[in-house]
Every structure is written in structure tokens, then in C-alpha cells.
Design a protein. Structure first.
Length: 376
């Protein structure tokens, strides 16, 4: 039966995606919906005139709220598609339903780009958005040429909802900067803090991405489910002002945020602090690479060494020459010290159901391999 529970009443009990470890439970209150309404209007730019399709699985927070809850709350039609992903079905759905507003995980755009299936005639797309993982640059190189528009990168978490975006709303839209996740969604205040202090980091300096709780009226998260008190405490600074997202990034003078890595994915090699995303962004621009992930592996001299797991496009084959070519790309276009010392060619990458790469799984597998080699 219908019941009035108020904004603090429980709505959904959901679990984080487990990108870095064991999933953690979060009870979303009814007021959590308000943040998604702000995101739907300001960041996705969806209106009552839109033909809107969020292709994310409703089994994870983005799909549930962006595809179902927010459109229902706003009274805006939404398109749902049953069945697994395929390039052919995606193109056909976009054409048959004259979709104007499309949002999906980066892996969807990368799959469309890597496929031999041609872009169909009759697309009506006006706005394209991405969330779940940072959008690597090769996607927009393809999208500009193939779709005639750019994919707007957005950032959020199960705990928070969506907090950063390259907005589509005309009053907020501005030119996209390569590699930027955009600026704060209305209702949120985002900052970058120093590594060990609770002060803001200098403009353009890497630090901890954080939410200013008092200045973020859409913030609803207070703690994880009972039994996870330690995890809850780790998300807030000692002064109680800041919520820590667990990400490393930098903010420029315009308030645009650039992602570097999850804080536990940072690679420290011979004194250099390297975020895997920068390396992955370069690797994905190689014409042979369909997808990739970069991790740190133990190294007796450097402490840690960069290694890359690479999924090739269907028309390319693994070889020592190709590995060398990929390594050289990083040396010449990023930094000589930051190239992957080892390239592992693989058929696929471990991912969460929402499409996020599980680098911690690759690190665990690689450590087991190296330990077994030492014993031999």
C-alpha cells in the first residue's frame, strides 16, 4: 500500500560495485532522489521532448536511478531494453526509437567504436553521456567523426549519486576539456584536498577528491550498513567536514576536475607517482587496442613497475613487435619512465556487472603468478 515515509524514509538498500574490494551496503533515503533529478535536468539535459534511453543495467545504482527512478519522479518517458548487450541491437534501438538523449557506460562506447558494424543512417542523437568509469579520449575522437557530437563524461558513486558532470543543460554547458569529468552538479560542492591534510590542494595539484558536506544540500550518505563501521569512518575526515570519494584527481582554475586514479590504484615507481588512467588513455588511442587496464606489479629495483593488460581489436594479433609499439607510444607521448614494462595480451578484463575494471583482481592474479615463478 501507498505510504508517506518522508525524505529520510528508506527507499533502496544497495551495495557498492566492488571495484576495489568487498561491496558495502548503503541504504538510500527517499531524499536521495532529489540529487538524481538535478542530474537528469542539468547534466543529462533530458526534457519532456526528449526520446531518452539510459542503457545501463538497473541492477546497479546508475541504471536504477538514471533509467527508472529519476525519469519517473520527473514524469518523463524512459526507454528500457531487455536482453544482453550487442552492437547491432544498440544501433537498431537508437534508430528505431529516434533516441535523442543516450547515456551508457564507457565500455558501451568502446564496443561500438571497436566493432566492424557500421554506424547506421537515421540517428537522431542530440546528447550523449557516459558514467561508471572515466571516459578515455579515443571515444570522443571516434564520436566526433562517427556521431557528429561529443560524449559528456560524468562522475558519481553509489553512496552519493552523481556529483560531477560535463553538463548538457544550455545554462551550464561549456566546451569539453579532454580528460575532464566536468564541474559540480548543482546541489554539490566538490574539492581536491592535500594528501595528508584537510586543506584544499593548490589549483592544478593532485590530491584527494572530496565532497564539502555542509555546502552540498543533496548529500544523504551518513554511514554504510551496520557491521561496516570501520569502512564508514574511513570515508570522512576527522573534522567531519569532508566526505572522501577514494579518488585522486586535480581541479583547474575553472572548477573542472580531472581524474587520475582510485587512491589504492596509484602506482609509485622509483619515486614517481603515476595514475593508471593517464597510461590507459594513451594505450586506448593505439589503433590495435580495444580495451586495457594498467596495474602496479612488485619490482625489486623500482618498488613497483607498471604492467598493462591489453584486449586487442578483432583485426589485430598479439606479437612482441606490437607490444614494443604500444610501449613506445607511452614513451614518446607521455613519459619515458611511465611505459608499461610488461604487456599482457588478454581476451577480456575482469569487470563488475556495471562494466568497471577490477584492477585489484588483476593485481592479485599477477602477484600469484610472480610468487609461483619465484618458487620454481
Amino acid at each position: 500500500p501507498v505510504a508517506a515515509v518522508g525524505g529520510s524514509g528508506p527507499l533502496v538498500h544497495m551495495f557498492t560495485s566492488g571495484t576495489t574490494g568487498k561491496p558495502k551496503g548503503v541504504v538510500h533515503p527517499v531524499s536521495y532522489i532529489a540529487g538524481w533529478l538535478s542530474y537528469l535536468e542539468h547534466s543529462l539535459g533530458v526534457t519532456r521532448e526528449s526520446s531518452y534511453w539510459c542503457a545501463a543495467d538497473p541492477g546497479w545504482a546508475y541504471g536504477l536511478y538514471a533509467a527508472i527512478v529519476a525519469p519517473m519522479a520527473a514524469g518523463i518517458p524512459t526507454l528500457l531494453l531487455t536482453g544482453g548487450f550487442s552492437v547491432e541491437t544498440t544501433w537498431r534501438t537508437l534508430v528505431d526509437h529516434a533516441v535523442t538523449d543516450f547515456t551508457a557506460a564507457p565500455t558501451v562506447y568502446r564496443s561500438l567504436r571497436a566493432s566492424s558494424v557500421p554506424v547506421p543512417a537515421g540517428l537522431r542523437l542530440q546528447r550523449a553521456s557516459s558514467a561508471g568509469e572515466p571516459l578515455t579520449p579515443e571515444v570522443n575522437e571516434w564520436a566526433c567523426a562517427a556521431l557528429g557530437l561529443q560524449v559528456h563524461d560524468h562522475f558519481g558513486q553509489t553512496e552519493l549519486g552523481m556529483v560531477l558532470a560535463n553538463h548538457h543543460h544550455p545554462a551550464l554547458a561549456r566546451p569539453i576539456k579532454a580528460g575532464s569529468m566536468g564541474s559540480a552538479v548543482p546541489g554539490w560542492s566538490v574539492a581536491v584536498l592535500c594528501d595528508t591534510q584537510e586543506d584544499r590542494a593548490p589549483t592544478g595539484s593532485l590530491g584527494r577528491v572530496a565532497i564539502d558536506i555542509a555546502a552540498s544540500p543533496l548529500m544523504t550518505f551518513r554511514a554504510y550498513s551496520p557491521g561496516q563501521q570501520k569502512d564508514s569512518a574511513a570515508k570522512f575526515t576527522s573534522c567531519g567536514r569532508w566526505y572522501l570519494t577514494g579518488d585522486i584527481g586535480l581541479m583547474d582554475a575553472d572548477g573542472d576536475l580531472f581524474f587520475s586514479s582510485r587512491d589504492d590504484d596509484v602506482i609509485i615507481m622509483a619515486g614517481y607517482r603515476i595514475g593508471p588512467f593517464e597510461i590507459e588513455s594513451l594505450l586506448c588511442q593505439h589503433p590495435a587496442v580495444a580495451d586495457c587496464a594498467v596495474i602496479a606489479a612488485p619490482d625489486p629495483i623500482r618498488g613497483e613497475a607498471i604492467e598493462a593488460y591489453v584486449v586487442l581489436r578483432a583485426d589485430h594479433r598479439a606479437s612482441a613487435e606490437l607490444a614494443g609499439e604500444i610501449q613506445q607510444l607511452v614513451k614518446t607521448r607521455y613519459a619515458a619512465h611511465a611505459y608499461p614494462r610488461t604487456i599482457h595480451f588478454t581476451d577480456d578484463l575482469p569487470k563488475t556487472p556495471s562494466g568497471k575494471v577490477q584492477r585489484h583482481v588483476l593485481r592479485t592474479l599477477r602477484l600469484a603468478e610472480l610468487t609461483a615463478q619465484e618458487k620454481r
